[in-house]
Design a protein around this ligand. Structure first.
Ligand code: F6P
Length: 460
């Protein structure tokens, strides 16, 4: 391998530059050129294939800072369509002209699906990223449990469902234990919960905090570090009676309640509370919004205004119950140590996998009792179900206690492995030194895009 291409696809995370940096460091050691493709797969639809040489003379360009969130090469939710043979041919020719020997895509389950048609035309490897932490498997045989059910209402004429599992869940069997970006997202969410808590305490209010994660509850589960009273996951249908009973008990006791809900929570019938909007992601992912508001409406209805008036804690339920979305702050900013460190290792491993000839492999982060966290290679085909589709990982029910509406004992064990020591001393020091940097008052923000733009080359 003399020249490798790299791109970042899908929603960004704080650890993308760290992954790219890990790949650059390894490429420098192996004397391989690394070209960064601008704006994910979108770059391939442009005949000029805008790209940046990330390691001229086998040295990293100074703009590549592993401690900076986002991605210096940009990202998009565009993917190649496996049905469009001519388009795939054109892309392959463009990459050949650029002398690209292999491609690393940094992405999640959508990106891995999108990579499949390309893997038949040139060597590809995926380095994982997603704040949702849903790229992976609860156990290696999980893809075999998917079934496809004919359904005329669905766009492709079928929908996917799961058969019952007979596997004994074991944390050490998880394939890709955690994904870069997840730890930082949980850190941001946890900070948000602490801050909302004290204001809810002061004003005797019930707060519903909506966190990201689509249909996966990992971010909501991790938010347990902020000690919310109730955590609601997309994987577990709401039990309104239990929620209301718990809210009443806590509100009587402490005069405030903090509820965290994943954006993909579903009602008793399994219907999403948040509205779904379309996405171009080949994994069929949808963007969800409004779950917290929908839950608030239901709580207002059940509790009623009288409940709050009786205690003199507000003139109406709508006044006392409020919602906040943590939103895109979860996806941005400086990555914490856990994310930076393992993102870099996964990027480096992706280069090695290409060099070893492991076409269509994924670099994954594994946990073993003896080794602790370590990176490995895993064949993408092993993520695919019988029809070739790669599904987002659902949080395993064993990690959650639906009665307490909090992480189970196993869930706590899962989280401790990631978060104990996840923040480095430099993370805290960086915040202390930069937050009120007087220079920020006078200087405009300098965007990385301005500098990287000067380095963009095109295929002529
Ligand atoms: O997949 C990452 C993610 O941040 C989800 O948690 C969220 O639902 C979605 O992307 C939001 O997408 P967008 O930023 O495109 O609205």
């Amino acid at each position: 391998m003399k020249r490798i291409g790299i791109l970042t696809a899908g929603g960004d995370t704080p650890a993308l530059n760290a992954t790219i940096h890990g790949a650059v460091v390894r490429a420098n050691e192996l004397k391989i050129e690394l070209y960064g493709f601008i704006k994910g797969f979108n770059c391939f639809f442009n005949p000029r294939v805008p790209h940046v040489h990330l390691n001229p003379l086998y040295q990293s360009i100074p703009e590549l800072d592993p401690t900076k969130g986002g991605t210096l090469i940009g990202s998009s939710r565009d993917y190649v369509d496996p049905e469009k043979g001519a388009e795939l041919d054109a892309i392959t020719i463009r990459l050949k002209k650029l002398c690209i020997d292999g491609l690393i895509a940094i992405g999640g389950d959508g990106t891995l699906n999108g990579l499949q048609p390309l893997a038949e035309r040139l060597p590809t490897v995926l380095a994982p990223k997603t704040i949702d932490n849903d790229l992976g498997l609860n156990y290696p045989s999980e893809p075999d449990e998917w079934v496809r059910i004919p359904d005329a209402a669905e766009p492709h004429g079928y929908r996917y469902s799961r058969t019952d599992s007979n596997v004994i869940f074991d944390l050490n069997q998880l394939v890709n234990y955690a994904t870069p970006g997840y730890a930082t997202a949980v850190m941001v969410t946890t900070q948000g919960i602490y801050r909302v808590r004290t204001t809810a305490e002061s004003h005797r209010r019930i707060a519903i905090i909506e966190v990201m994660g689509r249909n996966s509850g990992y971010i909501a589960l991790g938010s347990a570090y902020g000690q919310p009273d109730i955590i609601l996951l997309p994987e577990v249908p709401l039990n309104m009676d239990r929620i209301v009973e718990r809210v009443r008990y806590l509100y009587d006791l402490q005069k405030n309640v903090v509820i965290v809900c994943g954006e993909g929570i579903v009602d008793e019938q399994g219907r999403e509370l948040g509205a779904a909007s379309k996405s171009t992601d080949p994994a069929g992912n949808v963007a969800l919004s409004g779950a917290a508001e929908a839950l608030r409406a239901r709580l207002c209805e059940v509790l009623g205004d009288n409940y709050f008036q009786k205690y003199r804690r507000g003139s109406s339920a709508r006044e006392a119950i409020f919602t906040r979305k943590v939103g895109h702050t979860q996806r941005g900013g400086r990555p914490i140590l856990f994310d930076r460190f393992f993102a870099a290792q996964l990027g480096s491993k992706a280069v090695d996998l290409l060099v070893e000839g492991r076409n269509n492999a994924v670099s994954i982060l594994q946990y073993g009792e003896e080794k602790g966290f370590h990176v490995e290679g895993y064949d993408a085909n092993r993520f695919r179900d019988r029809w070739g589709h790669i599904h987002a990982r659902f949080l395993h029910p064993a990690l959650y206690d639906p009665k307490l509406m909090k992480p189970s004992k196993l869930g706590i064990d899962y989280l401790k492995r990631i978060f104990t020591g996840a923040i480095g001393h430099d993370d805290a020091e960086h915040w202390r030194q930069t937050m009120f940097d007087a220079g920020n008052l006078a200087q405009p923000y300098h965007s990385i895009n301005t500098d990287v733009h000067k380095r963009i080359h095109y295929l002529e």
